[in-house]
Design a protein around this ligand. Structure first.
Ligand SMILES: Cc1cc2nc3c(=O)[nH]c(=O)nc-3n(C[C@H](O)[C@H](O)[C@H](O)COP(=O)(O)OP(=O)(O)OC[C@H]3O[C@@H](n4cnc5c(N)ncnc54)[C@H](O)[C@@H]3O)c2cc1C
Length: 399
C-alpha cells in the first residue's frame, strides 16, 4: 500500500515544488536508474517516493485531493522528472494524464469523489485500456463488447499494450455498447481483480523494458451499473480523447526532458573522451552536432510550453498539441541517434544511460498516436479549417 502524499505539499508554492521535484530527480531518480535496470522493474521504494511527493496527483484538482497544477506547470514538472528514465513517468502517467482527466471531465460526481483522491495519493493506480489487436491506430474499431445485464453490464474482449495494467487497481476499459447507434463506445471502471479479468506481461519489451505493458483478457466480467463512466453509454470516445489530449502534451514534454538529459550526457562524454591527442569536443563537427540538437530541443520545449499555455487559456488546442507531440517525439529520436553516435562504442556496449534512453524514446513515436497518424490528422484539420474558415486550425492570426 502506497502512503498518501505528504499533506504539507499543498502549502508549497509552485516554484518550491518544482525545485523539490528537480532535486528528487537528481538525488534519487537518476541514481536509481542502474538499480532499476538491474532489477528489470521500477523499485517499489521509488514508486512510494514518487507517490509521497504527490506526482500521482499533479493534474488532479485540489478539491479532489491532488495538487491541481496548471498544464503549463505540469509541463515544467515533466521537463524536470523526465531528465531521469522515462520509465519512472510511466508508473504514474496513466493516472495523471489518461485516466484522471477522463474521470474528471466525463465521470459522475460520485465517481470523481470516489476515484480521484485515491488516484492522487497513488493508492489507486489506473490503466487506460483502449488498444486491442484489431484497434490500434484505428481506435474506433474496438471489438470488446459490453452487454446490459440487469442493472449492470457484462464485458467480453481483449486489450493489448496497456501500460500499468498488470499492477493497476482499476482499468478504464473502452467497449462497444451499440445501443443508440452502431459503433457506440462506452468507458467502464473495472477492478483488475474482478472475476473474469486476467492480465499477462509480454515475453519481451524492446525499450521501456522496466515498465512493461500488458494484455488484458475480459471473460464475462460483470460490471455494476454505477461503473459506467458518466452513467451514460456512448460517451467513451469523448472521454478517451480528453485523456489522450492531456497525455499527448505530457509525452511532448517527456521527449524534451529525455533530450535534455541525453545532450548533457553526450556533452560530458565529448569533453572527456580524447582522440588524436585532443578532446572530441574540440572538433568543429562535434560542436555542430551538439548545436543542431540543442536548437531542436529548444524548439520542442517552446512548442510544448506554447501549447500548454493555450490549453490553460481555454479550449483544448488539439492541433497544437498534436504538432508538439509529433515534433518532439521525432526530435527525441534524432537527438538520441546522434548522441549514441557521439558515444561511439560506448553507445552500444556497456551500461551508459544514453543507449537505454535511445531504446526508450523510440516508443514515444508510437503511442499517444504514431507520427504518421499525427501528420495525417494535422493535414486533414488544415484542409477542413482553411476550407471552412480560410485560416489554419488553432490559428494565431488576429481576426
Ligand atoms: C510502450 C507502449 C505503451 C502503450 N500504452 C498504451 C496504453 O496505456 N493504453 C492503450 O490503450 N494503448 C497503449 N499503447 C498502444 C498504442 O496506442 C498503439 O501501439 C498505437 O496506437 C499504434 O497501434 P498499433 O501498435 O496497433 O499499430 P498499427 O495501428 O498497426 O500501426 C502500425 C504502423 O502503421 C501506421 N499506420 C496505421 N494507420 C495508418 C494510416 N491511416 N496512415 C498512415 N500510417 C498508418 C502507423 O503509423 C504505424 O507506424 C501502448 C503502446 C506502446 C508501444
Amino acid at each position: 500500500m502506497t502512503p498518501p502524499a505528504d499533506p504539507g505539499l499543498t502549502d508549497l508554492d509552485f516554484d518550491t515544488y518544482l525545485r523539490r521535484v528537480a532535486a528528487f530527480t537528481d538525488e534519487e531518480l537518476i541514481p536509481g536508474e542502474a538499480e532499476m535496470a538491474a532489477a528489470g522493474e521500477v523499485p517499489e521504494r521509488l514508486v512510494r517516493r514518487m507517490a509521497g511527493l504527490g506526482l500521482f496527483g499533479v493534474s488532479i484538482p485540489r478539491a479532489y485531493g491532488g495538487l491541481g497544477w496548471s498544464m503549463t506547470q505540469q509541463v515544467l514538472l515533466t521537463l524536470e522528472f523526465t531528465r531521469a528514465s522515462c520509465v519512472y513517468r510511466s508508473r504514474f502517467s496513466t493516472v495523471i494524464g489518461l485516466c484522471s482527466q477522463a474521470v474528471l471531465d466525463h465521470g459522475t460526481e460520485a465517481q470523481r469523489r470516489e476515484m480521484l483522491p485515491e488516484m492522487a495519493a497513488g493508492r489507486r493506480v489506473t490503466s487506460f485500456a483502449l488498444t486491442e489487436p484489431e484497434a490500434g491506430s484505428d481506435a474506433t474499431n474496438v471489438r470488446t463488447v459490453a452487454r446490459r445485464s440487469g442493472d449492470g453490464w457484462v464485458l467480453d474482449g481483449e486489450k493489448r499494450y496497456i501500460t500499468n495494467a498488470h499492477w493497476a487497481d482499476t482499468l478504464l476499459v473502452f467497449a462497444r455498447t451499440d445501443e443508440g447507434n452502431a459503433r457506440e463506445i462506452s468507458a467502464f471502471l473495472v477492478e483488475r481483480t474482478a472475476p473474469g479479468v486476467t492480465t499477462r506481461l509480454p515475453e519481451q519489451m524492446n525499450g521501456h523494458a522496466e515498465g512493461p505493458v500488458a494484455e488484458i483478457g475480459l471473460d464475462a466480467v460483470t460490471v455494476p451499473g454505477d461503473r459506467l463512466l458518466g452513467g451514460v453509454p456512448g460517451t467513451g470516445l469523448k472521454a478517451a480523447m480528453r485523456g489522450i489530449n492531456h497525455a499527448r502534451l505530457h509525452v511532448a514534454a517527456t521527449c524534451v526532458g529525455q533530450a535534455t538529459r541525453m545532450l548533457e550526457e553526450a556533452t560530458r562524454h565529448v569533453t572527456r573522451r580524447r582522440q588524436f591527442d585532443a578532446p572530441l569536443a574540440d572538433l568543429g563537427v562535434v560542436q555542430a552536432e551538439l548545436g543542431r540538437c540543442y536548437a531542436e530541443m529548444e524548439a520542442g520545449r517552446a512548442l510544448t510550453l506554447d501549447a500548454a499555455r493555450a490549453f490553460d487559456a481555454g479550449e483544448v488546442p488539439r492541433q497544437r498539441i498534436s504538432a508538439a507531440k509529433l515534433y518532439c517525439s521525432e526530435m527525441a529520436g534524432r537527438v538520441a541517434d546522434r548522441c549514441v553516435q557521439l558515444l561511439g562504442g560506448e553507445g552500444i556496449v556497456g551500461p551508459h544511460p544514453v543507449p537505454r534512453m535511445w531504446r526508450d524514446v523510440r516508443t514515444l513515436r508510437i503511442y499517444e498516436g504514431s507520427s504518421a497518424i499525427h501528420e495525417r490528422n494535422l493535414g486533414r484539420a488544415m484542409i477542413r479549417s482553411v476550407s471552412a474558415e480560410g485560416v489554419l486550425p488553432d490559428s494565431y492570426r488576429v481576426r
